[in-house]
Design a protein around this ligand. Structure first.
Ligand SMILES: *[C@@H]1O[C@H](CO)[C@@H](O)[C@H](O)[C@H]1NC(C)=O
Ligand SMILES: *[C@@H]1O[C@H](CO)[C@@H](O)[C@H](O)[C@H]1NC(C)=O
Ligand SMILES: *[C@@H]1O[C@H](CO)[C@@H](O)[C@H](O)[C@H]1NC(C)=O
Ligand SMILES: *[C@@H]1O[C@H](CO)[C@@H](O)[C@H](O)[C@H]1NC(C)=O
Ligand SMILES: *[C@@H]1O[C@H](CO)[C@@H](O)[C@H](O)[C@H]1NC(C)=O
Length: 438
């Protein structure tokens, strides 16, 4: 295992580390002020402000809460996590109808911040005008999340730039070599959220995933703007698991891993008007990794554009005995620009030479009106499980021309699957060519 700056750090549910770290930060802030030879009165003002803040905390919950009234400061020395969480409590506890917590313009440093429910306000809104910037110290993210919204019904997260400062952490990501690696911190995580809206949020340089949705239902994501370099490790744009009914639209995702990863336990997913690239494409899976996985049912990807991605639209599962199904999946009106593996089902994912078969049953998958250019000679690559061949795979109106440079036959490959073809087909003989995978 490669050395990391945090040794054997493991995520845990304990938040005490954060609070003691925050306490230390606050203490060091006070002593820093004193050490700079500041006037006694200045220090006194500082303390007064805290006493005031404390008094405010005793006050009633409010319909509109400004984080600066709770001690938040847009300066490079203040960790605002505690101020944000106190402000959130006031907004969350407002019982008279809707409420909102406002983070004004400016750059606010913050470590792990949990917006915890349940709330009395409905809906409760987090309105960010400024930039939130993460602290680059993994020990300040014991739960593996930077900003999380947890156990809330009717919540809106609107606006703002979330700057994860991931570039300082990526060099320590060893997940390529170490399958048991600790995944780096997720920038925005919705967990156990019912009726959630994420609107107009920008995420740059996340440490790990940009956004993640788990144990949630009825989630809408619009105008999400995701940005990280093509070689940033495990920076998936949107990661979805154990979530029912989620719709993502009008978003741009440029990142170093899957633009979208739709994982186990997810149903009724709609993805429309999304541009992806650079990145690893739009993926269902990987599936079949953990023993307690649940089915993926109902994924509709429509009117999306992929540019220069390492995969296009993909379903991937590990060879394993984990038996779930992935079904009722439609990829339609997809535009590909110089995409490698534009249409791909890979049931030997991660273990190409394994003699084991995947036990994930893939059925009712439609690839419809997929056009543009392929960077790989194998434009259609369907590698299904021998034990459970893919069923009901339909390929209709595919017009992908080859723009790669390899002098090999252009076509596709179909293993343990007999797709039905309809409409235009380019490559013309997706299952016959048998060209080598590249
Ligand atoms: C889903 O959430 C939206 C808010 O984002 C809300 O308006 C709508 O009523 C919810 N739908 C259901 C079925 O609860
Ligand atoms: C599926 O999601 C759509 C929104 O994308 C929603 O209108 C519909 O009610 C959902 N269907 C079910 C069965 O939950
Ligand atoms: C398709 O998506 C693009 C954005 O990628 C959008 O501009 C266009 O309006 C969408 N078309 C339809 C029919 O929704
Ligand atoms: C297409 O993608 C390949 C990498 O897959 C890259 O080397 C090449 O420059 C790209 N071509 C164009 C025209 O963008
Ligand atoms: C297929 O795409 C090419 C350009 O990539 C275009 O010239 C051709 O008309 C398309 N064919 C059909 C049937 O859409």
């Amino acid at each position: 295992m490669a050395a990391t700056p945090w040794g054997s750090f493991k995520p845990s549910r304990s938040r005490s580390i954060v609070f003691s770290a925050l306490a230390l930060l606050m203490l060091s802030h006070v002593s820093e002020v004193a050490a700079r030879g500041a006037q006694y009165s200045f220090l006194n003002n500082y303390l007064n402000k805290h006493v005031l803040t404390g008094r405010k905390l005793m006050a009633e919950a409010a319909p509109v809460v400004d984080v600066t009234d709770y001690g938040a400061k847009a300066d490079p020395l203040t960790d605002n996590a505690q101020a944000f969480m106190k402000a959130w409590k006031a907004a969350c506890n407002y019982a008279g109808g809707p409420s909102k917590m406002v983070i004004p313009s400016g750059t606010y440093i913050t470590s792990q911040t949990v917006f915890q429910g349940p709330c009395k306000a409905k809906p409760v809104k987090i309105e960010v005008h400024g930039t939130l910037q993460a602290v680059s110290d993994p020990s300040l993210y014991p739960d593996g999340d930077w900003i999380s919204v947890e156990d809330v019904e009717d919540v809106i997260f609107k606006g703002g730039i979330l700057d994860g400062q991931g570039q300082k952490m990526w060099p320590y990501n060893d997940c390529k070599k170490n399958p048991k690696c600790v995944h780096l911190t997720v920038s925005l995580h919705f967990s156990k959220v019912k009726n959630g809206l994420v609107d107009g949020v920008t995420s740059v340089n996340s440490m790990g995933f940009h956004t993640s949705f788990t144990f949630s239902s009825n989630i809408t994501v619009v105008k999400l703007n995701i940005l990280a370099p093509h070689n940033s490790p495990n920076t998936d744009g949107i990661h979805i698991s154990t979530t029912a009914t989620i719709s993502i639209s009008d978003s741009v995702i440029k990142t170093g891993d899957d633009c979208l990863g739709i994982i186990q336990g997810t149903s009724n997913v709609s993805i429309t008007n999304v541009r992806c690239g650079p990145g690893h494409g739009i993926s269902i899976g990987s599936l079949g990794k953990y023993s307690d996985e649940k089915d993926v049912v109902g994924v509709h990807v429509k009117n999306c554009t992929l540019t220069g991605t390492t995969n296009g639209v993909r379903i991937k599962s590990f060879p394993s005995d984990i038996s779930i199904k992935a079904s009722d999946i439609i990829f339609e009106d997809i535009s590909m620009d110089n995409v490698s593996n534009p249409i791909i089902i890979d049931q030997k994912y991660g273990l190409r030479r394994s003699s084991k078969d995947s036990s994930v049953k893939i059925s009712d998958v439609h690839f419809k009106n997929i056009r543009g250019t392929s960077a790989s000679a194998t434009a259609v690559s369907l590698t299904c499980s021998k034990k459970f061949p893919c069923k009901g795979i339909q390929i209709e109106d595919v017009n992908l021309s080859y723009v790669g440079t390899r002098d090999v036959p252009y076509g596709g490959s179909c293993i343990n699957v007999q797709p039905t073809f309809a409409g235009k087909q380019n490559p013309p003989n997706a299952c016959a060519a048998g060209s080598p995978q590249d």
